[in-house]
Design a protein around this ligand. Structure first.
Ligand code: C5P
Length: 418
């Protein structure tokens, strides 16, 4: 997303103070942010504080002599226009097509995707005038994130709070990714199951066996596939995100609960198993906390482990319910490709994304566990490819494109069969 330009229109609601954080978060993702403040917004945040954050790129006045025709330039120079907070008044003025201040003039002149993040008192959000305005705007192609339910600054509770800043940033990323791909959704109508994260296998009510997986690669894959239109279920071990854009997140804890959730998600067209599932579980977890010797417990502790089911192998089993495409991962510390090739054959999946999780992984930059980067060796029945070291989001995008190609080829093959 580097170098893309966001025009942020801040309208006059209490939530305007959150827009300062929004500017920072967008910049952290590599966006260049230019701001327009309505007159009312300046009652809540000053142009000076906004200017300090966005390097002086702040505009307030439609009629400033030095800014003649700035509404046209501003709208043309942006890749996306975000209105956050979008007050009931601003939404109404947008819906009516007014252009009597810089913000509304920019919006009317814009030919770029527009995202609004409404924020207002719950009664104002519920008012039929607002409902009609929002429907009108959405019918014109305006995108919306939020509002959320919760406690309001006015002391009331209900729907009207501006969407969390991270959700707005995600929505901007999605919008730009969709418009970069021409808005095409080649996976529309396809169902995908993704597993991600570690599993926790209980020893007693307090302790468990875990591993170093963060789930970030699997999350990125789920988001990338959802962006291309797939209906995605993400079964995620402990540490699952509360929500991801357009992804159904099913939080689980143990390998057994992950298997159960995966089976409940079937049938699917594609399964991607990125989770680091524990290979073993404690045969009989203790019902009470196991005591140390000094607290009256036994001198030593032996844990009896039994193997967990292999979810990837189960999903890969041949049969009428098998997904068209099953993709696994292989985290290896040596002989990465040889081990992954054997693993693909043993598990019966179609592809394996193998990576070196030793300290020498990522071409010497360190293990991909918890790292932003990943270096994939892509194993298929016909051989393997070494992908460059990329961000986990880029790996996800690359895999998503391969999935699109594979599904297109398989449906072409099916269509050409007698
Ligand atoms: O056998 P190994 O754990 O190395 O295999 C890794 C692949 O198998 C990953 O795709 C992982 O999600 C999947 N797996 C699984 N269930 C297990 C163990 C691994 O789905 N019990």
């Amino acid at each position: 997303m580097d170098g893309l330009r966001v025009l942020l229109i801040i309208s006059g609601g209490v939530a305007a103070y959150k827009s300062l954080d929004l500017i920072r978060r967008l910049q952290e993702r590599g966006f260049t942010v230019t701001c327009v403040l309505t007159e009312a917004a300046q009652q809540f945040v000053t142009p000076l504080s906004v200017a300090a954050l966005c390097g002086g790129r702040v505009h307030t006045d439609l009629f400033a002599p030095e800014a003649a025709l700035s509404h046209i330039t501003l709208s043309r120079e942006a890749d996306v226009v975000v209105v956050a907070p979008a007050t009931a008044n601003t939404l109404a003025r947008m819906a009516a097509g007014l252009a009597d201040d810089l913000a509304t003039a920019v919006l009317l002149a814009s030919d770029k995707p527009v995202l609004v993040a409404p924020a207002m008192n719950p009664a104002m959000w519920a008012a039929s005038a607002t409902r009609e305005n929002v429907e009108r705007l959405e019918a014109r192609g305006v995108h919306r994130v939020g509002p959320e339910c919760g406690d309001m600054a006015c002391g009331e509770t209900g729907a009207g709070r501006m969407a969390d800043v991270s959700r707005i940033v995600d929505a901007v990323g999605d919008l730009l990714a969709a418009s970069a791909s021409g808005g095409s959704r080649p996976l529309a109508g396809r169902t995908v199951l993704v597993t991600a994260g570690p599993t926790h296998e209980p020893i007693d009510p307090v302790r468990f066996i875990a591993n170093r997986s963060s789930g970030r690669q699997g999350q990125a894959i789920a988001v990338a596939l959802a962006r291309l239109g797939a209906d995605v279920t993400l079964v995620h071990g402990p540490g699952s995100p509360a929500s991801l854009p357009s992804v159904r997140v099913v939080p689980v804890t143990t390998a057994l609960s992950m298997l159960e959730a995966c089976e409940a998600a079937l049938p699917v067209d594609v399964a991607v198993c990125a989770a680091a599932v524990a290979d073993w579980r404690i045969e009989l977890p203790a019902g009470q906390k196991i005591k140390k010797p000094e607290d009256g417990g036994a001198a030593g502790l032996s844990l009896s482990l039994v193997p967990n089911p292999d979810i990837l192998a189960r999903l890969s089993r041949p049969g009428p319910g098998r997904p068209d495409l099953v993709v696994g991962f292989a985290a290896e510390t040596r002989d990465v490709i040889e081990n992954a090739v054997r693993k693909r054959a043993r598990k019966g999946c179609d592809w394996i994304l193998a990576n070196d999780v030793s300290d020498q992984g990522n071409r010497g930059q360190g293990s991909p566990f918890g790292h932003a980067l990943n270096t994939i060796h892509f194993i298929t029945p016909s051989g393997h490819e070494d992908w460059p070291t990329m961000s986990k989001e880029e790996v996800a995008g690359m895999l998503a494109n391969r999935i699109v190609d594979a599904l297109e080829t398989s449906s072409t093959l099916r269509r050409s069969l007698p």
